[in-house]
Design a protein around this ligand. Structure first.
Ligand SMILES: N[C@@H](CCC(=O)N[C@@H](CS)C(=O)NCC(=O)O)C(=O)O
Length: 197
């Protein structure tokens, strides 16, 4: 199994998933963005994006899809729940990607990535407000749970945790008590420490 990876990108999530599962893998470390022209990466994923996972003749792109694929591929680790909890598991995976990430990305672009001249403070403020609104839902959910699905860590915690790492760098977790406690809990996991090193 081979993971095309660059530090401090969404690929950390896929590396974290591999480490949680203790899957032997080859890590193709690329400098972001200049080395994304790597021919083998381009052949596997025409967008040339990281993460891209190659597992034999299977190519998996999209960080959340990679995490869910790996949890199913290695079921003995117990990171994918039984069928009766699958709807919650998938709901959270989509919630992170569809309801949370667009606002976080917009805030990042408007406050960090764009040049000063390109930034729009009204759009930044609106993105922050929308992100905080969905983060409040997560905060409420985590008030009486250790992890998204209850007492047991699962692969959706890798998916949410990866996004929270990004949000934390942008100082967007302040004031969200239960999210903050959860974030500390999952970031102390050795698999994450290794993936983010
Ligand atoms: N939705 C994709 C986004 C992947 C993505 O945009 N990766 C960035 C790094 S965080 C990248 O490779 N950008 C280079 C490019 O788009 O050319 C995912 O979650 O995996």
């Amino acid at each position: 199994m081979k993971l095309f990876f660059a530090p401090q990108t969404r690929a950390v999530s896929s590396r974290w998933a591999l480490e949680e599962l203790a899957v032997p893998h080859e890590l193709v470390q690329l400098k972001f963005p200049e080395e994304l022209v790597h021919p083998e990466l381009r052949a596997a994923n025409p967008l040339g994006q990281v993460p891209t996972l190659v597992d034999g003749d299977q190519v998996v792109t999209e960080s959340s899809a990679i995490a869910l694929y790996l949890a199913d591929r290695f079921p003995a680790a117990g990171l994918a729940p039984a069928q009766d909890r699958r709807h919650e598991y998938y709901q959270w995976a989509f919630f992170v990607g569809a309801a949370m990430e667009p606002h976080l990305l917009e805030y990042f672009l408007q406050t960090v990535r764009f040049s000063e001249a390109e930034r729009d403070s009204a759009r930044a403020a609106s993105a922050k407000e929308k992100f905080e609104r969905v983060l409040q839902i997560v905060n409420h959910h985590l008030a009486d749970r250790q992890y998204l699905l209850g007492d047991q860590f699962s692969m959706v915690d890798v998916i949410l945790g990866s996004l929270l790492g990004w949000a934390s760098m942008l100082k967007l977790l302040d004031g969200f008590e239960h999210v903050g406690a959860y974030y500390k809990r999952i970031y102390s996991r050795p698999a994450f420490q290794k993936a983010a090193a």
